[in-house]
Design a protein around this ligand. Structure first.
Ligand SMILES: *Cc1c(COP(=O)(O)O)cnc(C)c1O
Length: 398
C-alpha cells in the first residue's frame, strides 16, 4: 500500500485480510470469544506465537481492520485502538509514566487532556509542565531540563494554534523523551506526525476519522515496540474499542479524503468571509496568512483542516442571538462530522475550565468554534449572513 496515494489507501487499506464468504465488506464480528479444537494451537495463539483471536477485550477482527487502515494512513508499523479518544490518551500516558516522571506539554491541549495534566497526573506525583502554546523556545527550554514525554497537539482546540512538530521532536529526542502528538484536528490526510519525527500519534476516531458523529473511538499509532506496550496496558485495563464502533469508523474512513477536501475548502472560504464582517473581532484559521504560525502550518500540513474559530463583538450576548438562528448547523459539542457543527468554546472544548482558566488560555467567552461540514459553502455563508443580520439587529434594539 505504500505506492498508492492517500485517497486510495483510505478506501482499500486494512480491508482484504478480514473479508469472509466472498463478501466485499469487512464483517462486524460480535463474538466475545474464539473457539479451538486443537489444544496446542489454542495455546500458541494465547501466548502470541500464532496469529488469531482469543477474547474480545484483547483483539477482534473488525477492530483490527480499523487499526490496519489507520496505521497505513499514518505510515506506522502498528496501531492499537480504544473505546474513546480520551482512553487512547490516558492509556498511553499511563503506559509510560511512573511517579517521579516529568511530562512537558502545552496549555491549549483538548479540555479532557488538560484535565489529565492538571487533575490526575499530579495526584500520582508526576510533574506536569504546561508551556505557552506556540512558544517553541519555552517548550525547548523545559524539555532540555529532561522529561519522559513531550506531549503535543497541533492544530489546537479551539484557537487552532500551530506547533512545529519537526523542531519539537528534535528537542524531545535530544533528552530521550517520547514525542506524542494528538493529530485529531489535522487527520492523516493533512499531517503525518510520525514522518515529522514524532514517536506516537493519537486520534480521537470519534471526530474526522469516523466523520458521522455516530461512533466513539480512539487510536494510537507508532512503532511495533511502543504500540505493543500500550496494547498490553489496554488489553488488561480494558478500554477496548467496540466492534460496531470499529465498523462504523472503518466505513466512515473510506470517504475520509473526500470529506477532508471539502471541509478544508469550506473552512478557508468561511474564514475569509468571517474576516469581512464588522461584528467579528478575530478569526482563527491556520490557512489564513494572518495566522501567527501560518508558515509552520504550510510546512507541515498538506491542507489546513476543517476547524476554525472566531470571536464576536458583544461576547456571549451576541452568541446567544447568533447561533440559534443558523439553519444548517448542529449546535453541539462534537466536531469532524459531515454536518457543520458550532458551539461556544466555553460550552464545548473548555467546559471543564473555570472562566479564569479560559481567560488565562486566551479563550474569550464569546469564542465560537466551527467544525466545517461537507455542505455547499455558498449555503453555509448565506446561512451565517442571515444569522449575523439577526444578531446585529437584536443587539442594536437592546
Ligand atoms: C475529542 C477530542 C479528544 C477526545 O476524544 P473522545 O473520543 O471524545 O474521547 C482528544 N483530542 C482532541 C483534539 C479531540 O478533539
Amino acid at each position: 500500500m505504500t505506492q498508492v496515494k492517500m485517497g486510495t489507501k483510505a478506501v482499500w487499506a486494512g480491508e482484504k485480510d478480514y473479508l469472509v464468504h466472498g463478501a466485499t465488506q469487512v464483517p462486524v464480528v460480535l463474538s466475545v470469544a474464539y473457539g479451538y479444537e486443537d489444544m496446542d494451537e489454542w495455546y500458541e495463539v494465547a501466548i502470541g506465537n500464532k496469529k488469531g483471536h482469543i477474547y474480545g477485550r484483547n483483539t477482534n477482527p473488525t477492530v483490527q481492520a480499523f487499526e490496519d487502515k489507520i496505521k497505513t494512513l499514518e505510515g506506522a508499523e502498528a496501531a492499537t485502538s480504544f473505546s474513546t479518544g480520551m482512553a487512547a490518551i490516558s492509556n498511553t500516558l499511563a503506559t509510560f509514566l511512573v511517579p517521579g516522571d516529568r511530562i512537558v506539554s502545552i496549555k491549549d491541549t483538548y479540555g479532557g487532556t488538560n484535565k489529565i495534566f492538571t487533575e490526575f497526573l499530579p495526584r500520582q506525583e508526576i510533574e506536569v509542565v504546561l508551556c505557552e502554546t506556540g512558544n517553541h523556545e519555552e517548550i525547548e527550554r523545559e524539555v532540555a531540563k529532561g522529561c519522559k514525554i513531550l506531549y503535543l497537539e497541533t492544530p489546537t482546540n479551539p484557537t487552532v494554534k500551530i506547533t512545529d512538530i519537526e523542531r519539537m521532536a528534535k528537542a524531545g529526542h535530544a533528552v530521550g523523551a517520547l514525542v506524542v502528538v494528538d493529530n485529531t484536528f489535522a487527520t492523516p490526510m493533512n499531517q503525518n506526525p510520525l514522518a515529522l519525527g514524532a514517536d506516537l500519534v493519537i486520534h480521537s476516531a470519534t471526530k474526522f476519522l469516523g466523520g458521522h458523529a455516530d461512533a466513539l473511538g480512539g487510536v494510537v499509532c507508532g512503532s511495533e515496540e511502543l504500540v505493543e506496550k500500550i496494547y498490553h496496558y489496554r488489553e488488561i485495563n480494558g478500554a477496548t474499542m467496540d466492534p460496531m464502533a470499529a465498523y462504523l469508523i472503518l466505513r466512515g474512513m473510506k470517504t475520509l479524503h473526500l470529506r477532508i477536501r471539502q471541509q478544508c475548502k469550506n473552512a478557508l472560504a468561511l474564514a475569509k468571509y468571517l474576516q469581512t464582517k464588522d461584528i467579528v473581532e478575530g478569526v482563527y484559521y491556520p490557512g489564513l496568512d494572518t495566522h501567527p504560525n501560518h508558515d509552520i502550518a504550510k510546512k507541515q500540513m498538506k491542507d489546513f483542516g476543517g476547524m476554525l474559530s472566531f470571536s464576536v463583538k458583544g461576547g456571549m450576548d451576541t452568541v446567544r442571538h447568533l447561533l440559534p438562528k443558523l439553519q444548517f448547523v448542529n449546535r453541539a459539542a462534537n466536531l469532524g462530522a459531515v454536518e457543520t457543527t458550532v458551539g461556544p468554546a466555553r460550552t464545548t472544548s473548555h467546559v471543564e475550565c473555570t472562566p479564569e482558566e479560559r481567560a488565562a488560555m486566551g479563550i474569550p467567552e464569546g469564542l465560537i468554534r466551527v467544525s466545517c461540514g461537507i455542505e455547499e459553502i455558498e449555503d453555509i455563508i448565506a446561512d451565517f449572513e442571515q444569522a449575523f443580520k439577526h444578531a446585529e439587529d437584536a443587539i442594536k434594539v437592546k
